[in-house]
Ligand binder design. Structure first.
Ligand code: UD1
Length: 344
């Protein structure tokens, strides 16, 4: 059976790890990525790990005709996984229209082409940020969606609605995957998060501080109503997350999906505070971090962690990695980057 999947954002952090897991599970992959926040280096890492090279089309999804050409060249695509998007919460507060233009226009173009070419299976990278500040934890897929705390989160809420409405009754199935906090690196040490812009997510900020690439780490808020005053998140290893995409695509391709659109939470079900995450890193690395306790960051939710039982029951997905594994693999990757690893 033909299993060619188009990945948008294939050189990004989650996209590149998902490509590896797809290849290892018998899928063919092509990628579209304009390198807005990445480079071609992850393609070399993918090749080093899987011994397969995959083509990447350097195309902006906002350029509909250029994307159409990729679909025309690959008439055998059976599924699309749409990762490509801007994703910095703080930046989205400063530049909301950039986020709306990029994340929404790209999605609309892609969905138009999926309809035009009748691509049967569509997976959308969504985020737990769609839930906003929640009244009860853990979060299930039925937890009400409340007001988005940032334009980034709003683009994910709108994106989910657009996918649902655009594909309804078309015969194209869609899955919305709500990621909690993706982190960690490939256990081979050959691939991890490599942001071009300065890192803003907690785990790379921690490892960059430990490596001496940055001089400080500010804990954004220590007066929240949580067990130690800092925000609580559900950190999920990027390889667990990548495997969930394979399971979701398998599920769709096997015709197991009953609804037009299905939603799954992807987290490990454990809340970890910012201070606990820092302590976990210090323990595995034996490095004491010089941190600053600072004010809250605009756009942050207080506490969020997942109930992933729906993904377990329907997709057969169970996360394997802990916060310690996340810190170990992220730190191993960071050290290789610093040591001028050939693939970085
Ligand atoms: C958010 C989304 C997540 C999305 C991600 C993309 C929520 C709940 N989650 O993650 O789904 O994938 O954006 O970027 O909205 N922190 C510090 N100091 C730092 C950096 C971070 O204290 O220098 C704190 C933050 O305030 C937060 C936690 O660490 O409490 C995690 O932050 P970050 O890694 O940026 O991810 P989120 O914003 O939670």
């Amino acid at each position: 059976m033909n299993k060619k999947i188009l990945i948008t954002g294939g050189t990004g952090y989650i996209g590149s790890h998902t490509i590896v897991q797809l290849i290892e599970n018998g899928y063919d992959v092509i990628s579209i990525d304009n390198y807005i926040n990445s480079s071609d280096k992850p393609l070399k890492s993918i090749e080093a790990i899987t011994k397969k090279s995959i083509p990447n089309y350097v195309v902006d999804l906002c350029e509909r005709d250029a994307v159409d050409e990729v679909f025309q060249q690959h008439r055998d695509i059976v599924g699309v996984i749409h990762f490509a998007a801007l994703k910095a919460v703080g930046e989205s507060v400063e530049k909301p229209l950039l986020y709306y233009r990029n994340n929404i226009t790209g999605l609309i173009n892609l969905l138009e082409l999926c309809r035009k070419y009748q691509i049967a299976n569509f997976i959308f990278s969504s985020s737990c940020s769609v839930y906003g500040n929640v009244d009860s934890l853990p979060v299930t897929e039925d937890t009400p969606i409340s007001q988005a705390e940032s334009p980034y989160a709003h683009t994910k809420q709108i994106g989910e609605d657009i996918v649902r409405n655009a594909l309804k009754g078309t015969g194209i199935h869609s899955i919305l995957l709500r990621y909690f906090n993706p982190s960690g690196a490939h256990p081979s040490g050959l691939m991890g998060e490599s942001p071009i812009v300065p890192a803003h997510n907690l785990v790379p900020v921690i490892t960059e501080l430990a490596a001496g690439i940055r001089t400080e780490l500010t804990v954004f808020g220590t007066d929240y109503d949580t067990r130690d005053g800092s925000c609580i998140r559900d950190y999920i290893h990027v390889v667990d997350l990548a495997n969930a995409h394979v399971k979701a695509m398998d599920f769709m391709m096997a015709g197991q999906q009953k609804q037009d659109t299905e939603v799954f939470n992807l987290g490990i079900g454990q809340g970890v505070s910012v201070l606990e995450a820092i302590a976990a890193f210090e323990e595995i690395s034996n490095i004491k971090l010089n941190i600053t306790l600072g004010p809250r960051r605009e756009g942050d939710v207080i506490a969020v962690y997942a109930d992933y039982s729906k993904a377990k029951q329907e997709l057969g997905w169970v996360p394997q990695y802990s916060i310690q594994d996340i810190m170990k693999t992220a730190w191993a990757w960071q050290q290789k980057r610093v040591d001028n690893h050939p693939l970085t």
